[in-house]
Write a protein that binds this ligand. Structure first.
Ligand SMILES: [Zn+2]
Length: 45
């Protein structure tokens, strides 16, 4: 399954070991990199 990185819009393969996942409000979001995850989390807080 492919998920879309909400920060940069890149498609991320959820099943690949390199996918970065963050759970926000019990919803899983997938990111292409730590940088995108951190940017997303900073925006949320
Ligand atoms: Zn990204």
């Amino acid at each position: 399954m492919m998920a879309t990185d909400p920060v940069c819009g890149m498609e991320v393969d959820e099943s690949s070991g390199s996918a970065i996942v963050a759970v926000i409000n019990r919803k899983k979001s997938y990111f292409c990199s730590d940088e995108c995850r951190d940017a997303f989390l900073e925006r949320k807080t």
